[in-house]
Write a protein that binds this ligand. Sequence first.
Ligand SMILES: Cc1cc2nc3c(=O)[nH]c(=O)nc-3n(C[C@H](O)[C@H](O)[C@H](O)COP(=O)(O)OP(=O)(O)OC[C@H]3O[C@@H](n4cnc5c(N)ncnc54)[C@H](O)[C@@H]3O)c2cc1C
Length: 604
Amino acid sequence: MSLRPTVDFLLHDWLNVESLQSRERFADHSRETFDAVLDTCERIAREKYAPFNRLVDTQEPHFDGEKVILPQATHEAYKAYAESGMLSAAQDYEIGGMQLPYTVEAAANAFFAMASVSIGSGMLTSGNANLLMVHGTDVQKKVFAANEFSGRFSGTMCLSEPQAGSSLSDVMTRATPDGEGFEADALGPRYRLKGNKMWISSGEHELSENIIHLVLAKIPDANGQLVPGVKGISLFIVPKKLVDTNGQLTGERNDVALAGLNHKCGWRGTTNTLLNFGEGKYPVRGDTGAIGYLVGKPGEGLRCMFHMMNEARIGVGMAATMLGMAGYYASLDYAKNRPQGRPTGAGGKDASQPQVRIIEHADIKRMLLAQKAYSEGALALALYCARLVDEQHTGTAQDADVARLLLEVLTPIVKSFPSEWCLEANSLAIQIHGGYGYTRDFPVEQYWRDNRLNMIHEGTHGIQAMDLLGRKVLMEKGRGLQLLAERMLATAAKAETAWGPEAAALRDALKQVGEATQQAWAGAEPAQALANAVPYLQAFGHTVIAWIWLDVACSAASDQSPAAQGRRAACRYFFRYELPKIGAWLNVVKSRDPTCADLPKEAF
Ligand SMILES: Cc1cc2nc3c(=O)[nH]c(=O)nc-3n(C[C@H](O)[C@H](O)[C@H](O)COP(=O)(O)OP(=O)(O)OC[C@H]3O[C@@H](n4cnc5c(N)ncnc54)[C@H](O)[C@@H]3O)c2cc1C
């Protein structure tokens, strides 16, 4: 099985990505240049990632007291990815980028996520550098971002602390001005940071010359108190090793120490760390405290960080999607080869007949179709959102604004739908393998373990749900939701002739979501409205994916190839087996059902 025909169909036949060539920024690009990028990424993923996915799972990162040791294969994959130029693919030519549309970049990165999600493709590094390109000073861009784009340095995002996960307003890392003239440092106002950061991905390793941590911390007020809430949070660049204004290492180790590695259920090829900032293990310039350079203005840290988090959320959704896809392909291959059982004929089963391959059984087909519907639907949504990112950056002012609002509403979905349903796809992939799927002799149990992370990081499922129902569908007087509804209704109109029942079902689903949104808030009590935010997120996500499938199916209308037949079947499957679930989810939202919220903790 190859992912490429699906990617090509979605990019070209469905999203018409070539149309972006009419934009000045992408004028040098063509189908050939897009294909060349996809070819390169497909090859590197095949050669440097896929063969080592099991190895990085079994040879977990370990700390020898001085260094974190990763398999040689990870070093080689990191090098090949950096050399491919993908870290700076979307950047301007002047700084060594390719000015590649984000849609193509996202599609190209999908190959790495499918081959080995935990070897990783530099999402944190390019996200970190992209943030600095927007919020950093010219010197910060040159010294830190440019060296991240080249792969010489790598990046992290340090938000979480042991006592502050979902609730970032409780961050306790402190940043105090670093002596006289702290404001005049060429790398940015210089502070000393002290605190602990938990769960930091790629927080320590030897893959790159330096690690650039982007750290959220609070600057105490005049009385030495930390300002409560997110308003007090600022953002700092904290390099593991200090650098001069040319980006050269000064030879000084910053006061950032690895306190320990977390040993995870999955995604084991990536180090995950507890980092101590400023505890004095590596005193620097005669003092304790990690040296950090302010990015943007004091108190605007979370706003700046959101730049990285939104990108990261599309990236997380894509990772979950590709794990779903990997399990689908593995179980499809297995189902085509595993003989077991006989079909039930008119007179029952005939034991004298040879066994059939399990793909002949209707229940196996159901599980394959479910995986296809979840994973390919999620991939189409991720690429649709990536196309909106390109619109936001290169469209007319009006189109860019529409794209921005659509992205606001769709970001919780592009992150959460695959995290939940492509995980379910991985569970179905295990089921298709029977007992073998539960062993480590087949890859599907690893896919499930790797995928289990995605509902937890980058905002848990519950937090995404509250963001959607509590903020995104209400913002700007519900305009984002209205714009999305307009797009869905346009698809329903287009599908009317060939897909009449599905078009009607989509309209009805949209009506139900709209009513539920209003009724959730009819009591005006946020606690009541949001008590059932997760069922709302599930119903919203299913409505979005139904829309995406109907739109995709319209593009495949006249195509009689087996691939097009499969797409139409996945669309039908989604409308018949999945979309009807939204009624149950939305009932509790509409009635603001208090069953969960009102139960006293003693009753559990
Ligand atoms: C492998 C891995 C990699 C990670 N990488 C990074 C990284 O690179 N950088 C980084 O900064 N962080 C990272 N994280 C941290 C991740 O973002 C947090 O784990 C996540 O935000 C949840 O925080 P928590 O673990 O403290 O859980 P908690 O916030 O304690 O949440 C526990 C449960 O309570 C629920 N909950 C919490 N608050 C509410 C509420 N108000 N209403 C309803 N339910 C609520 C949550 O949804 C969750 O189900 C990573 C985590 C893991 C596991």
